[in-house]
Design a binder for this molecule. Structure first.
Ligand code: SAM
Length: 237
C-alpha cells in the first residue's frame, strides 16, 4: 500500500490493501473508521522544531491510543524532512525536522474522502504472501515492492526494519508465477535494472519500461530520472 497512489487513483470499490508496516496500516484503519477523531487530534499539533522532536519521541514510545498513533504518523509525514519514512535498527523513526513554508498538516476533506474510499476495503498488515490466500481467479493485484537497487553499491531503502532483500524479490517473483497459474492478473512495478530483468527471464510475463521521476527527493532538480519496469501477465490472461 505505501502511500496508496494507485489505490487512490483507481478508486476501487472494495478489495483489500496490504503493507508490512503496522503503523501505516493502523493509520489507514483510523482514516477509515475514525476520520473525525483523527482530524481533531492531528489538528492540535503545531509546525515547530521543538514540537516536532517532542512528537517524534512520543511516536517512538508507541502510544497505546491508535488514533493518536495515526495522528502522529500524519504529523511526522507532513513536517519531517522530505516526507520520508525511515527507521533505525531499533525500529525508531529517525527522520529529522523538515523546513517548509506553512505546511498544512491536516486536510480534513482529503481525510474524509479517503475514509469513504476505504469504507468497504479490507486493510491487512503482513507479508505480501497473504495474497496467495486472498486472491482469486479474475482478481487484479497491484504490487509495488521496495525497488531492487540499480547496482550492488546502491542500498535498499529500509521501509520497515529489516528491509527487503534479494531473497524477498525472488519470493515475490515465485508468487507472481503462482498467481498467474491461478488466473489472477497482476501488475508489479520495480526498477528497470538487470537483476530485475534477470529474475523475470523465462516467465513469459510482459516487461514494460517506463521513464519516471522519483517523487521523494530534496530538490526537484536532483530527483533522479530513471526507468521503472512494469511486470504483468495482464495481456496473457
Ligand atoms: C515502494 S513502497 C510502496 C509505495 C506505494 N505503492 C505508494 O504509492 O506510495 C514499498 C512498500 O512495501 C512495504 N513492504 C516491505 N516489505 C514488505 C513485505 N514483505 N510485504 C508487504 N509489504 C512490504 C513497505 O512497508 C513499503 O510501504
Amino acid at each position: 500500500m505505501g502511500g496508496g497512489a494507485v489505490f487512490f487513483s483507481l478508486e476501487p470499490v472494495g478489495g483489500s490493501v496490504n503493507d508490512i508496516n503496522p503503523r501505516l496500516m493502523n493509520f489507514y484503519k483510523v482514516v477509515r473508521d475514525s476520520p473525525e477523531e483523527l482530524i481533531e487530534v492531528a489538528g492540535g499539533y503545531r509546525y515547530d522544531k521543538e514540537e516536532y522532536y517532542r512528537l517524534r519521541s512520543r511516536f517512538n514510545i508507541r502510544p497505546v491510543d491508535l488514533v493518536e498513533d495515526a495522528a502522529l504518523l500524519l504529523y511526522l509525514n507532513k513536517t519531517g524532512y522530505n516526507g520520508l519514512y525511515r527507521v533505525n535498527s531499533k525500529g525508531e523513526f529517525n527522520v529529522p525536522f523538515g523546513r517548509y513554508k506553512n505546511p498544512t498538516i491536516v486536510h480534513p476533506e482529503r481525510i474524509l474522502s479517503a475514509s469513504r474510499l476505504l469504507r468497504d476495503v479490507d486493510i491487512c498488515c503482513g507479508d505480501f504472501l497473504y495474497l496467495l490466500e486472498a486472491a482469486e481467479a479474475g482478481d487484479l493485484c497491484y504490487l509495488d515492492p521496495p525497488y531492487m537497487p540499480a547496482s550492488s553499491t546502491a542500498h535498499f531503502t529500509d521501509y520497515s526494519a529489516g528491509g527487503f532483500t534479494e531473497e524477498d524479490q525472488r519470493r515475490l517473483r515465485d508468487m507472481c508465477v503462482e498467481l498467474n497459474s491461478r488466473g489472477v492478473v497482476f501488475v508489479q512495478s520495480n526498477s528497470d535494472t538487470e537483476p530485475v530483468r534477470d529474475l523475470y527471464t523465462g516467465t513469459g510475463f510482459e516487461l514494460v519500461s517506463l521513464r519516471t521521476r522519483r517523487m521523494i527527493s530534496s530538490k526537484v532538480s536532483s530527483r533522479s530520472k530513471g526507468h521503472d519496469l512494469l511486470i504483468t501477465n495482464s495481456r496473457a490472461s
